[in-house]
Ligand binder design. Structure first.
Ligand SMILES: [Zn+2]
Length: 135
């Protein structure tokens, strides 16, 4: 049974490994982890290590960050189509003044970035987001 918890997913991401779930019915990969295949809805999934590469589809500069991340702004968030198929949202490893429309279509490698501890719940599990670096 391929069960991939968010904790296992984020622990691997922190080490630069991207884990996904391959559907035994249709062969598509689902990521981040879900309980059913995002392509066909089947629940027979196995954990696979995905390629840590993809292509930038869209990006946006975040000037007003959500609670707990105020000190991080401004930063760049982008959506990447991974080479295994699923789209991921994460941070782009560039400063806001370095981004331009030419980034769309650029290849990136995928790793993880640990975020600062949650200010209001400092004991909470450390959070990790996908971090994309230009290849
Ligand atoms: Zn499927």
């Amino acid at each position: 049974m391929g069960k991939l918890t968010f904790k296992a997913y984020f622990d691997a991401l922190r080490e630069g490994k991207l884990l996904g779930l391959r559907c035994k019915a249709c062969g598509e990969v689902t990521c981040p982890p879900m309980s059913v295949c995002q392509e066909c809805g089947a629940d027979e999934l196995e954990v696979v290590e995905m390629k840590n590469s993809g292509v930038i589809k869209t990006f946006t500069v975040i000037h007003v960050a959500p609670a707990g991340l105020e000190d991080e702004a401004p930063y760049v968030v982008c959506e990447v189509e991974t080479d295994d198929g699923p789209w991921l949202v994460g941070r782009l490893d560039l400063k806001p003044e370095e981004v331009s429309l030419e980034l769309v279509g650029r290849k990136v490698t995928i790793t993880g970035q640990e975020l600062p501890p949650e200010r209001h719940y400092p004991d909470k599990e450390r959070r990790v987001v996908p971090l994309f670096k230009l290849a």
